[in-house]
Design a protein around this ligand. Sequence first.
Ligand SMILES: NC(=O)c1ccc[n+]([C@@H]2O[C@H](COP(=O)([O-])OP(=O)(O)OC[C@H]3O[C@@H](n4cnc5c(N)ncnc54)[C@H](O)[C@@H]3O)[C@@H](O)[C@H]2O)c1
Length: 349
Amino acid sequence: MRLLVLGTGRMAENHAMHFGAIDGVSLAGGVDVDPNNLSAFNAKFGIANAFPSLDAALAWGEFDAITNVTPDSIHHPTTMKAIAAGKHIFCEKPLATDYGRAMEMTEAAERAGLINMVNLSYRNVAELHKARELVAAGTIGTVKHIEASYLQGWVAARDWSDPSIEGPWLWRLSKGHGSNGTLGDIGIHIVDFTTFAAGTDIASMNCRLQTFKKVEGDKMGEYVLDANDSFIISAEFDNGAIGTIHSSRWASGHSNDQRLRLYGDKGGLELSHGHWGSLLRICTGADIAEGKWQEVKAEPVQTNYQRFAEAVRTGVQTEPSFRHAAKLQQVLDLALVADLDRGEHKVTA
Ligand SMILES: NC(=O)c1ccc[n+]([C@@H]2O[C@H](COP(=O)([O-])OP(=O)(O)OC[C@H]3O[C@@H](n4cnc5c(N)ncnc54)[C@H](O)[C@@H]3O)[C@@H](O)[C@H]2O)c1
């Protein structure tokens, strides 16, 4: 697979490292509207061809697939062009800025018969697959109660307010810049993490969002810093379980931590993951009475990068697909609607 890297910022380095290490994959070219990012990236990864726009790269055309690592709002227009040109596509999350656009991308890719995948990167975590396997095998029985969180502390830590890194952070903080805030940035990951392990999707939900004041005037240059910082989703799942999924960028002390707790009629399962690693444990059978938890180890799994390369080689579509990511996108859209509805009761006492 000759791969074009579209968008050569921070996350693209991961793509180049992982794809570059796969046998039979070559990094054919880089594309970025920022010439400094592009030249530094191409030099670092020994990529020979550089393009200032996707149009220029498509006119050249010497590649089979594109990895789309542009900011969220750029995914849709560029992916639609890539599909029209017949290129297989691996796109960063969230697939689009809304469900309508995500479905447009899904249907176009499926119609064209192109391999389409979204980088829901926690699918690379072996313990997540093991958790799904344990739940599917009935180890904890029917899941009744779910609690999940994804916590980051970078807004509280003020890393983002350094002007030298304004670019990468600004588009995460401003709706005008195409951001869906915490929901779009990490909410999509924790909804996937939860539903993948539990083996059941969200059926209906409520949501509260909050945006907190960050700087005087709440602006960075011309952009208002209005994207959501925290969310709390309360949901009912397809199997009847209820649960809460929440997330914040104000969680001091957490650089990037996910936690999932699933409780069924035969036991409990807890999965924690962060830069430090993963811990999966279960409490079942006789251990329930004593509240004893046993750690479960997991065998390594293929990464999304490896799955995509294999799908392009074999022509067999794999997960997580655009269609799956579009479904998650609808959950994010509904979270915004639910936050406006506010079907809730005020405590008056
Ligand atoms: N899967 C994950 O865990 C994960 C982690 C981090 C980021 N991401 C996603 O990766 C994407 C990129 O994030 P990032 O942190 O690398 O951002 P970034 O700002 O560091 O990089 C984005 C790059 O895209 C370039 N760009 C912007 N518009 C472009 C266009 N029209 N054509 C070509 N290049 C263009 C920018 O100049 C920049 O170099 C986002 O969608 C983000 O949500 C995913």
